[in-house]
Write a protein that binds this ligand. Structure first.
Ligand code: NAG
Length: 617
């Protein structure tokens, strides 16, 4: 049973109240149904209606409702429910006089000017931002008459602005034929674009609306920002204009979700009765989205209350004005500071290309710009550490008592001694050398001394996310002997163009593990930054066996650079490891000698040591 039948039967139930006299013609419902079926813009929603009407019209009690208004409202809500379209209405209006739009009289020029000035508001805001409010969208016929005046009085004042706010918050009427005109002033002359399709039900034809290659006056350059303001009162043709320009990605819509009207609504008299059916007789199908704004409304790109829409759009434009400088500044920071010079140059070039291709022209807020810039940098460079960041100032150093330090160190390090006198040391973050130095004695006492007298050691870096690299030389030194200095790595610093040699330290707190006892380092794909540098050095020098997963492939700790005065910050890796013997670990990670799943790596390491050390006894 179709929905329509439900409508008709529910009406008939109402009839059971059994009014005394049948007040209206028995054919009334049938006549109404025919009007709907012949004119409603979405005939596919009416499938089955015909049959339902036929089977229901024999039953005419509903017509006993004595008052026209009441019957009309009952029928209205029934029809709206059936086709789920609030635009369909039945009304009873004995005194209705159809509005006849008079031919536009040949007004003298001064009067035309006065009419245009009252229906169009124009302003040039601070920062050379144009503001244009049009409360009725003129059709082709009227536009032909007033076109030259419009261009002279309005458009030529808008053209020199650097951005435009087009206010459709109060626009609830207009003519379909005006759509291509308005849209075309914001697109290029060529190629002609298919901007909308209008299906007209009474004629059963679809008309394509195309952009126009010739227009009176000049076009608004497609590279200038265009923002359309909307409200819940933005209706019908104004919604179509907003939706077309949004779908073409030419405009950003700021404001409220629009009314969800129709491109064309007609009011049809039912036979010779005083009933009228108001219904949408045409519909818009957007060729780009394949969808429509009708009934549901246009969803703004930035949803704010209608009152806040203007201020919000001014903020958006002011941000967009700064975008080219922000991207250019970012490009030069990366070109001049990124650890790998040729990669930095390449990233900078590609960033400038994105800017030239208008890739950043749709940003609506600073966070939006930061997110997009970060994602683009990652895609272009493949480097997770090259990104936007926040410039949170470092916390002032905490004042710890010696007891607190001991507690902190105890939870930061894990130690154990396994069977066969195998030491185990785990820590999840590297500390800064200057910060570690004063507490070195405490670390030695409470951590290092627990494992230093073992016969072999497992250093577990599976959860080590990195940190500063300044303490790496010191940490490495414990696994070498004190009698000679060893070159651990050469670090190239891009901003200064200098290379620093990283050497083992001659003096250490506590005793060394030395270069002879076996060492295994455990890794996972989370092992990153400073931890990777340590693994890289120990593997390169043949000092440790690496068991686990290939490491994260992060980078030396990046530096934070402010991008001009924009309050946007870039995190840029500026240092890289020695690449004279081929690529180091940055971006690619360090491969283990013995691959093992992270959670199995410890058992593999113990197995190897047990076999080796157990077998010796
Ligand atoms: C509309 O026209 C198409 C052919 O273009 C036809 O198939 C369809 O039946 C017509 N629909 C109505 C309701 O007349």
């Amino acid at each position: 049973m179709s929905k329509t039948y439900f409508l008709v039967t529910s009406l008939l139930l109402l009839g059971d109240f059994s009014f005394l006299h049948a007040s209206f013609s028995p054919s009334l419902i049938e006549d109404m149904a025919k009007i709907v079926m012949d004119n409603y813009c979405s005939p596919e929603k009416l499938v089955g209606m015909k049959e339902d009407i036929a089977s229901a019209t024999s039953n005419t009690e509903v017509l006993n409702i004595p008052e026209g208004e009441l019957l009309a409202s009952v029928l209205s809500s029934g029809v709206q429910t059936t086709v789920s379209d609030p635009r369909l209405k039945v009304s009873y209006e004995p005194n209705y006089v159809p509005v006849v739009h008079p031919e536009m009289p040949p007004l003298p020029a001064e009067q035309l000017v006065a009419v245009l000035q009252s229906s169009i508001k124009l302003d040039i805001l601070e920062g050379n931002i144009g503001y244009l409010r049009i409360d009725h969208i003129l059709g082709e016929e009227v536009a032909d008459k007033v076109g030259p005046l419009l261009v002279e009085l309005v458009w030529n004042k808008i053209l020199p602005t650097s951005a435009l706010i087009f206010d459709l918050r109060y626009t609830s009427s207009g003519d379909i034929s005006g759509i291509p005109y308005i849209v075309s002033y914001f697109t290029e002359a060529e190629p002609v674009i298919h901007i909308d399709s209008i299906y007209d039900r009474p004629s059963n034809t679809t008309t394509k609306l195309l952009s126009m290659s010739t227009l009176l006056g000049k076009r608004y350059s497609v590279t200038k920002p265009l923002i359309i303001l909307t409200s819940k009162n933005t209706k019908d043709i104004a919604e179509d204009v907003a939706y077309c320009l949004q779908s073409l990605k030419r405009a950003t819509i700021v404001g409220e979700k629009t009314a969800g009207g129709s491109v064309k609504v007609d009011k049809v008299k039912v036979g010779d009765t005083d009933f009228y059916i108001t219904l949408p007789t045409a519909k818009s199908i957007n060729p780009i989205t394949g969808s429509t704004w009708e009934i549901t409304g246009v969803t703004p790109d930035v949803e704010v209350s209608a009152e806040d829409a203007l201020a919000t759009s001014i903020r958006i434009i002011n941000l967009r004005v700064q975008v080219p400088a922000i991207i250019e500044e970012s490009a030069s920071l990366i070109a001049n500071n990124y650890a790998f010079e040729s990669v930095g140059m390449d990233v900078a070039d590609k960033l400038r290309e994105l800017l030239a291709n208008e890739e950043f022209s749709t940003v609506v807020c600073k966070e939006d710009l930061e997110t997009k810039l970060s994602a683009d940098l990652k895609t272009i460079s493949g480097d997770k550490s090259l990104k936007t960041t926040t410039n949170t100032p470092a916390l002032p150093p905490m004042e710890y008592s010696p007891e607190m330090y001991i507690e902190l160190i105890k939870i930061s390090f894990h130690t154990d001694v396994f069977e066969n006198n195998i030491g185990y040391l785990r820590f999840d973050m590297f500390g800064d050398f200057e910060e570690v130095k004063p507490v070195a004695q405490i670390i030695v006492e409470h951590v290092w001394n627990k494992v230093v007298n073992t016969d072999a050691m497992i250093v577990d870096l599976r959860n080590n996310l990195g940190g500063p690299t300044t303490a790496i030389a010191g940490f490495c030194s414990y696994f070498f002997d004190g009698d000679k200095q060893i070159l651990l790595d050469k670090l190239y610093d891009r901003p200064s163009g200098t290379t620093t040699e990283l050497l083992t330290l001659p003096e250490l707190t506590g005793i060394r593990y030395g270069s002879k006892k076996s060492l295994i380092i455990l890794t996972s794909k989370a092992t990153a930054g400073a931890a990777e540098e340590f693994v890289y050095i120990m593997k390169k020098l043949g000092r440790a066996m690496i068991i686990g997963e290939t490491t994260a492939g992060a980078s030396h700790p990046p530096k934070v650079f402010p991008v001009g005065k924009s309050n946007i910050f870039l995190s840029i890796p500026t240092v890289h490891s020695d690449t004279s013997a081929g690529p180091a670990w940055e971006g690619a990670g360090v491969q283990p000698h013995i691959p093992a799943a992270a959670d199995a790596a410890l058992e593999v390491a113990k197995g190897i040591f047990n076999k080796h050390l157990g077998g010796q006894q």
